[in-house]
Structures are given as structure tokens and as C-alpha cells.
Write a protein that binds this ligand. Sequence first.
Ligand code: UT7
Length: 330
Amino acid sequence: MSGPYVRIAGWGKYLPQRVLTNSELEAMVDTSDEWIRSRSGIGERRIAAPGETASSMASEAALAALRVAGVQPEELDLIIVATATPDHVAMPSTASLLQHALGASRAGAFDLTAACSGFVYALVTGAQFVQTGLYRTVLVAAAEVYSRILDWQDRATCVLFGDAAGAVVLQATDRPGGLLASLLGSDGSGACQLYVPAGGSALPTSHQTVEQRQHFIRMKGREVFRFATTTVPEAVLRVLDAAHLAPEEVDLLIPHQANIRIIDAVTRRLGLREEAVFTNVDRYGNTSAASIPVALCEALEQGRLHPGANLVMVAFGGGLSWAAAAWKWH
Ligand code: UT7
């Protein structure tokens, strides 16, 4: 491929201050620290403060990413926000609110919905605008406030998720690297395995939907687990094949941080070294679309990515959906 190439020029994350521990959850639902840790690897998660929203958290992450990139908000051509928990259900888009908060006066803005796969979907989408030469500078953010759509009486889901935001600034460059290959997948036959039943056009809000707690996440955990452990390794192998890379050439895999058992199963299946796989699910739980950009920031803070490194990001979630990207860091 010839240029323009796409480069991640800046990165940022935002984690709300409030830490919710497993022992606190023991007082809320019939669960235990031991169950949560052994089934998911999660020790604690962050919860947004009452005034915080997807756009306010995305704004914090975006400002950090712009600082790292040395880019002014007015230089942004486009803003994409991946979120399943937008500030408003129908309109405006969270991306429009973020555009205004940043003062990104030249930027177009839209939201992208692909649940936990949202960041990788948005990254690949943003990269296309840069690689085609249409835009030079694109902000891709992911922000999730699942604490607002969790049923805090449902122990099967409320112990697993947390709130967070992450963002990257994509820029055009003549130097080869960036997105090598990508894969976006969907199987809507599994729509009801992970969903929020009401509040949309299928089941508008009514007294009944509120009474029946249909505005909260419902999940068939075992089915999603099975789907993830088969689909994720396959997606990684396919994207590596398209990028002409072998699994042993992966310097860092950043998988969606949903469950340490899923990550371990993927690591084993791909025959990767443990050091080549990033995890932080113990500290943040599953932050949906935000999990990969937050993990990317922490990997960079820990010096785990160097120029020329082969990075693979892979996500899965509601839809059902999945997405993978092979990226040459530069
Ligand atoms: O971004 C994508 C989001 N979703 C996922 O990644 C979820 C994928 N699935 C999973 O991670 C796992 O399936 C879970 C962590 C959700 C559950 O682990 P599991 O080993 O599949 O447990 P299970 O659903 O088979 O449940 C085992 C038992 C059940 O009791 P019975 O029916 O065996 O008596 C549950 O009722 O554990 C019970 N249980 C709990 N016990 C204590 C479910 N939630 C809890 C809880 N505390 N929080």
C-alpha cells in the first residue's frame, strides 16, 4: 500500500475517581469477592460521579490525546465517538457534544454503535478517512457509563462492568506503518444474548418497561463466553493472515478486557507468550468500547510499544459483533 498512511499521534484515557470494590458489591447483591475474581479476574471497577456523562468523560480523554499529539482542537477534521451509553438516546450525538466541548470548530462528528467492539470499529473507520486522503486529523474516542444501564439487583451483570473513556488522535503521514489489516464482524442472530430490551423503537419507554426493569443490560453469560472464545482467536488469525504476520510476530495483543478467562483462552489458542498480551481487567472490569483505548494508553505508559512493533487489537460484544485490527506502531 502507498501513502498516506495513518498514525496514532496521541492517546488519552479517563477513569472516574470512584473505585467500587468486590467487597462493596458483596453488600449489594448475593455475590463474593472469590466468585467475581475466579470467574472474571475482576477486583475493582470505576463508577462515574453523578454529573459525569459519556461526553464529559470522552472530553477528558480527548484533551489528553490532543496534548500528546500536539494538536489543537481546531485542527480536527472529524470526531467519531464509540459508545453504547450516549448522553442522549436519540439525539444529539455524543460526538456533537464532544465537538462543542473541545471547541473543534472545523470537525464533523458522529457516533458509532458497535457495543464493546465500538472502538476497533471506529478506529478502522477513522483510519479509512485518513488513508483515502479525505481527512488529515481524526479523533476517535470511546466512552462508556455502563453504571447507568446496569441492573444493580442483577448479580450476573452488575459485577462485571465499569465506566471509562479513551481516545486517540489519528494523523496522516508519509511514513509506512499504521493500519495493516482489519476485520469487522457481526452475527445479529445473537442479538438477544447481550442487549437492553427497551428504550428504542422496538420497545419504547413506558411505565411497564420501567417496572419490568427492561432498560437495563441483559446477558446470557455462558453463550457470550462461548462466542468470544471461538470468534476472537479466529478473528486474530484472519487479521494476521491479511497482514502477512505469524502469531509469533505479534509484539502486543490488546484484547477487549471483559474476562481474564476469555483472555487466557485466546492467549493459549494463539500460542502467544503471556508478556505479549495486555491485561488490566482486574482494575477496571469490562468498560465496553473504552477498554481497548484505555489499555492502549497503559501499554504505552508501561513502555510496551516501540516503533516498528506489531500490535493487534481485538474486540467482541453486543450485536453480536467483533472487530480486529493489525497495526504497525510508528
Ligand atoms: O463485552 C462482552 C460482555 N460479556 C462477556 O464478556 C461475558 C462473557 N461471559 C462470562 O464472562 C462468564 O460467562 C460470566 C463471568 C458472566 C459467568 O461465568 P460462568 O462461569 O459462565 O458462570 P455461569 O453463568 O455458568 O454461572 C455459574 C453460577 C450460576 O449458578 P447456578 O445456576 O450454577 O446455581 C449463577 O447463578 O454462578 C451464579 N452467579 C453468581 N454467583 C455469585 C452468577 N453471577 C454470580 C455472582 N456471584 N455475581
